[in-house]
Ligand binder design. Structure first.
Ligand SMILES: Cc1cc2nc3c(=O)[nH]c(=O)nc-3n(C[C@H](O)[C@H](O)[C@H](O)COP(=O)(O)OP(=O)(O)OC[C@H]3O[C@@H](n4cnc5c(N)ncnc54)[C@H](O)[C@@H]3O)c2cc1C
Length: 442
């Protein structure tokens, strides 16, 4: 039955299966029929063709970080590209070729040897594949743009098992779609070529915390969106509030004294408990943020695009939501800055639609035992319900299964264009999952 599959095949019953079926989100508990670890595009093509011959639907996985577990499924063939993780830096032309399964930590590290900064995400184990296909935001976004904004070429294995190279000259419609429409929709991307925009020595790493400081939460929510409106694009930040405090982590492409001046509205929030502003090597800043992530955990999480300041009653409601959180420290409302270089392109330039959003507002909750899952998931659902009413759209890399009218929410006015591209490259919807793009007319 498994004839034709190449690469490393893992089946239920194999000793590696228990580990191999797992995603980053421990709450995802699926049982694929087959998992194929691919080493080259030929393995990917064989897996796609096998899945079609056998009538076993497939899912694509690289880093396994999809919030809702859309990179796996019970009874599915999982095509896993995590072993395809080679990196080639072309120092003469300021480009890097990265295979799909490359983890961000690996990429940052490789680029740092040549002195390049890179606008990736903050979690070291997220793979480049899923990050860039959804847009990709992090602590260099306002200065260097979305991860997808640096993308200049991709190689993708399509539903027929053929390799398609997409760049500005060939299959430019596909390249457009792969810059923000999310993973798993058009084919299996095996490698990416990025333009490297900046060499950098040192940047300022910022960590601010207001622990055990309930009043700081209100100040934070009030000041954050106003502060962002005129924020120097050399600074990008994420932070948020939890039951008993607030925090902000940021990068500034400049010196610490300038960063301190820019941060003054936030530094003025009373009762700060951690105040770190350090001018350090870029890779040191990356590693310091990476270290704040623990290993895989069970969670529910989501995020929506926001525009404009929060009104006083909106701040009140968000604080009220936070007060009703199921945990002291592992339920939180988070914010991620946008703007700056994200707006250097307009919404037609790439599939990433919400270029004019100011920031993302998310709700997340993590838990330890399965019994706790319902109360945490319910809290996120309640928070989401409210955030939905004050936001403009959803970030595909922070997907939410219960999102109504998901195509519109993720893609805004790009839905039809994306459906037509889907029709062209995957007319039989071989690449499908609960929130995939539908082919035109469906
Ligand atoms: C702890 C944590 C921190 C995060 N931090 C950030 C952040 O700072 N910034 C940010 O923007 N996002 C962040 N994310 C979200 C992250 O970017 C997305 O979950 C991303 O899609 C993960 O990619 P992956 O390859 O690791 O995951 P996967 O689950 O393997 O894949 C994600 C999606 O891409 C598809 N896919 C995977 N491989 C391929 C491929 N080779 N070709 C085509 N499609 C493929 C999958 O089917 C799935 O739909 C974070 C997520 C987590 C869990």
């Amino acid at each position: 039955m498994f004839e034709g599959l190449t690469g490393h095949v893992v089946l239920p019953g194999d000793c590696q299966y228990a580990q191999a079926r797992r995603e980053w989100n421990k709450a995802v508990n699926k049982f694929p029929s087959v998992i194929v670890y691919c080493y080259e595009p030929g393995d990917v093509a064989n897996a796609i063709l096998w899945s079609r011959r056998q009538g076993i639907p497939l899912r694509l996985r690289s880093g396994g970080h999809n919030y809702e577990g859309y990179s796996t499924g019970t009874g599915k063939l999982v095509i896993d590209t995590s072993c395809m993780n080679r990196i080639y830096v072309d120092n003469n032309n300021d480009t890097v070729n990265v295979q799909a399964g490359t983890r961000l930590a690996q990429l940052y590290e490789a680029l740092s040897h040549y002195g390049y900064a890179f606008p990736g995400g903050t979690c070291p184990t997220v793979a480049i594949a899923g990050l860039v296909l959804g847009g990709g935001i992090g602590l260099s976004t306002r200065y260097l743009g979305l991860t997808a904004d640096s993308l200049i070429e991709t190689n993708m294995v399509d539903a027929g098992g053929n390799t398609v190279t997409a760049n500005n000259c060939h299959h430019s419609d596909l390249l457009w779609a792969l810059k923000g429409a999310g993973g798993g929709n058009f084919g299996v991307v095996t490698s990416y070529k990025f333009a490297l925009k900046r060499k950098v020595n040192k940047i300022t790493l910022i960590k601010l915390e207001w622990s055990d400081n309930i009043p700081a939460r209100r100040d934070f929510l009030r000041i954050w969106p106003v502060w962002l409106e005129t924020l120097d694009r050399r600074m990008s930040a994420f932070g948020g509030i939890y039951k008993r405090g607030a925090w902000l982590y940021a990068f500034f492409y400049g010196r610490a004294d300038a960063a301190e001046y820019i941060l003054s509205p936030l530094l003025a929030i009373p009762g700060i408990t951690l105040r770190q502003l350090e001018y350090v090597d870029f890779i040191e800043a990356i590693n310091s943020i990476s270290a704040t992530y623990s290993g895989p955990e069970a969670f529910k999480s989501t995020g929506r695009f926001m525009q404009g300041p929060l009104l006083p009653d909106q701040v009140d409601t968000l604080l009220n939501i936070m007060d009703n959180a199921p945990s002291e420290a592992s339920s939180y409302l988070s914010v991620y800055s946008l703007g700056g270089a994200v707006r250097d392109k307009n919404e037609e330039d790439t599939a990433f639609y919400y270029r004019n959003a100011d920031y993302i507002l998310g709700a997340s909750s993590t838990w330890k035992t399965e019994q706790e899952a319902p109360v945490h998931s319910r809290w996120v659902a309640n928070a989401f319900q409210y955030i939905y009413t004050i936001s403009v759209g959803s970030y595909i890399n922070f997907p939410y299964g219960a999102l109504p009218n998901y195509q519109r929410a993720y893609y805004g006015n790009h839905v039809l264009r994306l459906q037509n591209i889907k029709q062209k490259y995957d007319p039989d919807s071989v690449f499908s999952f609960p929130q995939s793009i539908k082919t035109a007319g469906i």
